[in-house]
Design a protein. Structure first.
Length: 209
Protein backbone atom coordinates (compact mmCIF):
# COMPACT_ATOMS: atom_id res chain seq x y z
CA UNK A 1 0.00 0.00 0.00
CA UNK A 2 1.33 3.41 -1.00
CA UNK A 3 -0.57 6.55 -0.11
CA UNK A 4 -0.08 10.19 -1.02
CA UNK A 5 -1.59 12.25 1.85
CA UNK A 6 -2.56 15.00 -0.56
CA UNK A 7 -5.13 12.57 -2.01
CA UNK A 8 -6.87 12.10 1.35
CA UNK A 9 -9.18 14.02 3.63
CA UNK A 10 -7.37 15.34 6.71
CA UNK A 11 -9.43 13.01 8.89
CA UNK A 12 -8.05 9.98 7.04
CA UNK A 13 -4.48 11.30 7.32
CA UNK A 14 -5.11 11.71 11.04
CA UNK A 15 -6.10 8.06 11.38
CA UNK A 16 -2.92 6.94 9.62
CA UNK A 17 -0.74 9.15 11.81
CA UNK A 18 -2.21 8.08 15.14
CA UNK A 19 -2.12 4.44 14.10
CA UNK A 20 1.49 4.56 12.96
CA UNK A 21 3.08 6.84 15.57
CA UNK A 22 2.56 4.72 18.68
CA UNK A 23 2.63 4.60 21.60
CA UNK A 24 2.36 8.32 22.32
CA UNK A 25 2.83 9.86 25.77
CA UNK A 26 -0.05 11.96 27.06
CA UNK A 27 0.29 15.55 28.23
CA UNK A 28 -2.53 16.18 30.71
CA UNK A 29 -2.46 19.98 30.54
CA UNK A 30 -3.89 22.14 33.30
CA UNK A 31 -4.35 25.82 32.51
CA UNK A 32 -6.45 28.78 33.56
CA UNK A 33 -8.09 31.78 31.93
CA UNK A 34 -7.77 35.46 32.82
CA UNK A 35 -10.60 35.16 35.37
CA UNK A 36 -8.90 32.23 37.11
CA UNK A 37 -11.18 29.49 35.77
CA UNK A 38 -9.38 26.14 35.56
CA UNK A 39 -9.18 23.89 32.52
CA UNK A 40 -7.78 20.37 32.19
CA UNK A 41 -7.43 18.41 28.95
CA UNK A 42 -5.24 15.60 27.52
CA UNK A 43 -3.07 15.81 24.39
CA UNK A 44 -1.19 12.88 22.89
CA UNK A 45 0.85 14.86 20.37
CA UNK A 46 3.47 15.46 23.06
CA UNK A 47 7.21 15.03 23.60
CA UNK A 48 10.39 16.58 25.04
CA UNK A 49 12.46 18.96 22.91
CA UNK A 50 15.75 19.39 24.77
CA UNK A 51 17.16 19.52 28.34
CA UNK A 52 19.04 22.82 28.17
CA UNK A 53 16.83 24.70 28.60
CA UNK A 54 14.28 22.00 29.50
CA UNK A 55 11.69 22.38 26.74
CA UNK A 56 8.62 20.26 26.04
CA UNK A 57 6.06 20.52 23.25
CA UNK A 58 2.45 19.51 22.80
CA UNK A 59 0.16 20.18 19.86
CA UNK A 60 -3.49 21.16 20.33
CA UNK A 61 -5.53 20.91 17.15
CA UNK A 62 -8.51 23.02 16.09
CA UNK A 63 -11.77 21.88 17.70
CA UNK A 64 -13.52 19.53 15.30
CA UNK A 65 -17.04 20.51 16.41
CA UNK A 66 -16.63 24.30 16.39
CA UNK A 67 -13.62 24.95 14.14
CA UNK A 68 -12.17 27.09 16.95
CA UNK A 69 -8.91 26.82 18.95
CA UNK A 70 -8.99 24.66 22.10
CA UNK A 71 -9.56 26.37 25.45
CA UNK A 72 -6.11 25.19 26.54
CA UNK A 73 -4.43 27.13 23.74
CA UNK A 74 -6.41 30.29 24.43
CA UNK A 75 -5.59 30.09 28.13
CA UNK A 76 -1.88 29.64 27.49
CA UNK A 77 -1.85 32.54 25.03
CA UNK A 78 -3.49 34.67 27.72
CA UNK A 79 -1.61 33.58 30.85
CA UNK A 80 1.65 32.26 29.39
CA UNK A 81 1.82 29.46 31.97
CA UNK A 82 0.51 25.91 32.35
CA UNK A 83 1.25 22.51 33.89
CA UNK A 84 1.79 19.19 32.14
CA UNK A 85 0.68 16.29 34.32
CA UNK A 86 1.76 12.73 33.53
CA UNK A 87 -1.00 10.15 33.19
CA UNK A 88 -0.66 6.73 34.81
CA UNK A 89 -2.89 3.68 35.00
CA UNK A 90 -4.63 4.92 38.15
CA UNK A 91 -5.66 8.17 36.43
CA UNK A 92 -6.53 6.76 33.01
CA UNK A 93 -10.31 6.93 33.47
CA UNK A 94 -10.22 10.47 34.86
CA UNK A 95 -7.96 11.60 32.03
CA UNK A 96 -10.37 10.16 29.48
CA UNK A 97 -13.28 11.99 31.10
CA UNK A 98 -11.45 15.31 30.79
CA UNK A 99 -11.19 14.81 27.02
CA UNK A 100 -14.89 15.73 26.75
CA UNK A 101 -15.75 18.64 24.44
CA UNK A 102 -17.01 21.23 26.93
CA UNK A 103 -17.64 24.99 26.91
CA UNK A 104 -14.95 27.26 28.45
CA UNK A 105 -16.87 27.80 31.68
CA UNK A 106 -16.67 24.09 32.61
CA UNK A 107 -13.96 23.29 35.17
CA UNK A 108 -12.78 19.76 34.38
CA UNK A 109 -11.25 19.42 37.85
CA UNK A 110 -14.74 19.81 39.33
CA UNK A 111 -16.37 17.77 36.58
CA UNK A 112 -14.19 14.72 37.21
CA UNK A 113 -13.54 15.16 40.92
CA UNK A 114 -9.80 15.80 40.72
CA UNK A 115 -7.79 17.92 43.15
CA UNK A 116 -6.21 21.17 41.88
CA UNK A 117 -2.97 21.50 43.86
CA UNK A 118 -1.10 24.82 44.03
CA UNK A 119 1.94 25.16 41.81
CA UNK A 120 5.17 26.72 43.08
CA UNK A 121 6.10 29.08 40.23
CA UNK A 122 3.22 29.22 37.73
CA UNK A 123 -0.37 30.29 38.37
CA UNK A 124 -2.33 27.30 36.99
CA UNK A 125 -2.71 24.37 39.39
CA UNK A 126 -1.33 20.88 38.94
CA UNK A 127 -3.28 17.64 39.28
CA UNK A 128 -2.59 16.41 42.82
CA UNK A 129 -3.37 12.83 41.76
CA UNK A 130 -0.69 12.84 39.05
CA UNK A 131 2.66 11.21 39.98
CA UNK A 132 4.65 13.78 37.99
CA UNK A 133 3.79 17.37 37.11
CA UNK A 134 5.86 19.82 35.09
CA UNK A 135 5.27 23.51 35.69
CA UNK A 136 5.81 25.30 32.38
CA UNK A 137 6.23 28.85 31.16
CA UNK A 138 5.42 29.50 27.52
CA UNK A 139 8.50 29.61 25.28
CA UNK A 140 6.84 29.84 21.88
CA UNK A 141 3.71 28.97 19.93
CA UNK A 142 4.10 27.97 16.31
CA UNK A 143 0.75 28.13 14.57
CA UNK A 144 0.35 25.79 11.61
CA UNK A 145 -3.02 27.16 10.51
CA UNK A 146 -6.54 27.92 11.67
CA UNK A 147 -8.56 25.37 9.71
CA UNK A 148 -9.83 21.91 10.54
CA UNK A 149 -7.01 19.41 10.89
CA UNK A 150 -4.54 22.18 11.66
CA UNK A 151 -3.22 23.37 15.00
CA UNK A 152 -0.27 24.69 16.96
CA UNK A 153 3.01 23.61 18.50
CA UNK A 154 3.08 24.87 22.08
CA UNK A 155 6.66 24.90 23.35
CA UNK A 156 7.12 25.42 27.05
CA UNK A 157 10.08 25.65 29.41
CA UNK A 158 9.85 23.42 32.46
CA UNK A 159 10.49 25.66 35.47
CA UNK A 160 9.59 23.22 38.27
CA UNK A 161 9.24 19.47 38.70
CA UNK A 162 6.81 17.76 41.07
CA UNK A 163 7.72 14.08 41.45
CA UNK A 164 6.03 11.63 43.81
CA UNK A 165 8.66 10.03 46.06
CA UNK A 166 7.25 6.62 45.14
CA UNK A 167 8.36 6.99 41.50
CA UNK A 168 11.70 8.71 42.12
CA UNK A 169 15.04 6.87 41.97
CA UNK A 170 18.18 8.61 43.31
CA UNK A 171 20.41 10.33 40.76
CA UNK A 172 17.40 11.94 39.04
CA UNK A 173 15.74 8.90 37.53
CA UNK A 174 12.14 7.72 37.36
CA UNK A 175 11.06 4.19 38.26
CA UNK A 176 8.90 3.03 35.32
CA UNK A 177 7.40 0.16 37.34
CA UNK A 178 6.19 2.56 40.00
CA UNK A 179 5.12 5.24 37.53
CA UNK A 180 2.87 2.92 35.50
CA UNK A 181 2.51 5.47 32.72
CA UNK A 182 0.10 4.81 29.88
CA UNK A 183 0.40 5.59 26.18
CA UNK A 184 -2.08 6.46 23.46
CA UNK A 185 -2.56 4.21 20.48
CA UNK A 186 -4.95 4.70 17.54
CA UNK A 187 -8.64 5.35 18.04
CA UNK A 188 -9.86 4.51 21.55
CA UNK A 189 -6.89 2.24 22.31
CA UNK A 190 -4.31 2.83 25.02
CA UNK A 191 -1.37 0.79 26.28
CA UNK A 192 0.55 0.29 29.48
CA UNK A 193 4.33 0.49 29.80
CA UNK A 194 4.84 -2.59 31.95
CA UNK A 195 6.16 -4.93 29.23
CA UNK A 196 9.63 -3.65 28.33
CA UNK A 197 13.02 -4.87 27.11
CA UNK A 198 16.50 -3.35 27.17
CA UNK A 199 19.19 -2.88 24.53
CA UNK A 200 22.62 -1.39 25.11
CA UNK A 201 23.46 1.50 22.83
CA UNK A 202 26.49 0.79 20.61
CA UNK A 203 29.70 2.71 21.31
CA UNK A 204 30.36 5.92 19.41
CA UNK A 205 32.21 5.69 16.12
CA UNK A 206 33.26 9.32 16.41
CA UNK A 207 36.70 9.85 17.90
CA UNK A 208 37.02 12.58 20.47
CA UNK A 209 39.57 15.32 19.85
Amino acid sequence: MQINPSDLAYSDVYKLLIGAIVPRPIAWVSSMDAEGKFNLAPYSFFTAVCPNPPLVVFCPNIRRLTGQPKDTLRNIECIGEYVINIVNEANASAMNMTSVEAPPEVDEFELVGLTPAPSVIVKPPRVAESPISLECKLHDIIKIGDGLGQGSMVIGQVVYFHIDDRVYIPNYKIDPDALQAIGRMGGASYCTTQDRFEMTRPPSLIKSE
